[in-house]
Design a protein around this ligand. Structure first.
Ligand SMILES: *Cc1c(COP(=O)(O)O)cnc(C)c1O
Length: 477
């Protein structure tokens, strides 16, 4: 990354410059359809080299996992093997026409089928749909499936979904989109769901519960089987938010713990970067009763051939054609490359790395929940009077680190949510700890350094309120 604070110059246009010079046309010019011609388009005039340099410089200002440590909690910003990028870019995958028939695409269908099977096994579920394009999309699929399953049981009047107060904001949003109301369930002192509060909320209007395990505090929900049994007993269904599956692969099968339907973020856990603005995949997995409601089509095997088919009572399509196929190729390669043993090591090492950071930082950055964590933990940034988490986060940029997730989950004041992932070395983790400790010392002796941060970037501290209230979303020369 180019961290030099050189000013950003956006207006590079100079009248009369052209990007390329084509040979003269040897055919008569065609009339453009009138509705395509827009007068007064203020297009920039630039030569090719200036354009190339402009975009290349911009790309070098990107912070990425390929350049730096990226401990953004809940996002699992781990290094993803380049071999899987190469596999996804193979012409044989890349150039398949989306309308090609089953007989021409047996290889692609086989890959989808085998990935469905692998993910079902990893999660302990009966059946998997690879259609959804993101975690939130998978949540929407899951709650729509719950809606239809309840209707099929003759229980369509159940409209209340229970959501712990530590949940990701997408959980209540997905419920609302699917026509449910939501009720927040508080966490207890140990950071897990308060069982008494859950008990009190269970009535015959309950459609189900959405549970993230490990939750966004990085804590394993120890009562998961009990909670699922309570909700089932009350006539509801259990949705699992599997965005934190990185802590569990090869160790724990959520489908065996009472969860009925669950999404995994393939673009966190299974070899596609999260948050890069590119495509994702939020596959959704279900136990037997909910499997017929999965979004489709699914790949299946019949008489030695692979084909696509809609599940019997499918909620329908959520995505054109095969879903985000390139992400699925990466996930398949990753699963095969790791094998059962490797998948287990991913979970073990991600938990080990997080606990290493937690143990080294907890004396300086206080914890609200002190028990050992899973793949991430939530510390607090108020290390000195007048210092906020935002100041710590901004100062980390000066030290060359991407800040952790901040001010989430909402139930920890001044939250700093740190997820190192399994792919970082002890040397990198120690470098991060040194930076965090050094910033905490500065917070006491030279707080102005923190208030002024970041000072090494092209633009410094932004006015976050103005950025949210009056965003400038496109360039105007
Ligand atoms: C990332 C995440 C989601 C949403 O996933 P997207 O792919 O970003 O839509 C949901 N829940 C949790 C806990 C997450 O970390």
């Amino acid at each position: 990354m180019n961290l030099s604070p050189e000013p950003l110059v956006f207006e590079l246009s100079r009248p009369g410059l052209v990007g390329c010079s084509l040979p003269g046309s040897d055919v008569p010019p065609a009339e453009l359809p009138k509705n395509l011609v827009r007068a007064n388009l203020d297009l920039p005039e630039l030569d090719e080299l200036t354009v190339v340099r402009h975009f290349t410089r911009l790309s070098q200002k990107n912070y990425s996992i390929d350049t730096h440590f990226y401990p953004l909690g809940s996002c699992t910003m781990k290094y993803n093997p380049k071999a899987n990028e190469a596999a996804a870019a193979e012409p044989g995958w890349k150039h398949i026409h989306p309308l090609a028939g089953d007989s021409e695409t047996q290889g692609a269908l086989e890959l989808l089928y085998k990935l469905q099977e692998s993910l079902a096994e990893i999660g302990g579920f009966d059946s998997v749909s690879l259609q959804p394009a993101a975690g939130a999309h998978g949540e929407l699929a899951g709650v729509l499936m719950i809606r239809d399953c309840l209707k099929a049981r003759g229980e369509g009047q159940r409209k209340k979904m229970l959501i712990p107060d530590s949940a990701h904001g997408t959980n209540p949003a997905s419920c609302t989109m699917a026509g449910f109301s939501t009720q927040t369930i508080p966490s207890g002192k140990d950071g897990n769901i308060d069982i008494k509060a859950l008990e009190a909320a269970l009535d015959d209007s309950v459609a189900g519960i959405m549970i993230t395990n490990p939750n966004t505090l990085g804590l394993f929900e120890r009562n998961i089987t009990k909670i699922a049994a309570m909700v089932h007993q009350a006539g509801g269904l259990v949705y699992g938010d599997g965005a934190n599956m990185n802590a569990l692969t090869g160790v724990f099968q959520p489908g065996k713990s009472g969860i009925d339907v669950m999404h995994f973020n393939l673009h966190k856990t299974f070899s596609t970067p999260h948050g890069g603005g590119g495509p994702g995949a939020g596959m959704v997995a279900a136990v037997k009763e909910l499997a017929p409601f999965l979004p489709g089509p699914l790949a299946r095997r019949r008489a030695g051939k692979y084909e696509l088919a809609m599940p019997e009572k499918s909620i329908g399509r959520l995505k054109a054609f095969y879903g985000n196929f390139g992400v699925l190729v990466r996930a398949y390669c990753y699963v095969r490359m790791q094998g059962a043993e490797g998948l287990r090591r991913i979970a073990e090492n991600s938990v080990l790395n997080a606990n290493y950071l937690r143990a080294r930082l907890e004396k300086t950055y206080k914890l609200k929940y002190t028990r050992p964590c899973m793949h991430e933990f939530v510390a607090m940034g108020d290390v000195a009077p007048g210092i906020r988490t935002l100041d710590i986060a901004k100062r980390l940029i000066d030290y060359g680190f991407h800040p952790p997730t901040i001010y989430f989950p909402l139930i920890v004041p001044e939250a700093l949510m740190i997820e190192p992932t399994e792919t970082e070395s002890k040397k990198t983790l120690d470098g991060f700890v040194d930076a965090m400790l050094s910033i905490a010392a500065e917070a006491k002796t030279a707080p102005e350094l923190l208030h002024a941060a970041p000072t090494t970037t092209p633009v410094g501290r932004l006015d976050e309120v103005a950025a949210a209230r009056s965003p400038v979303l496109c360039f105007r020369g």
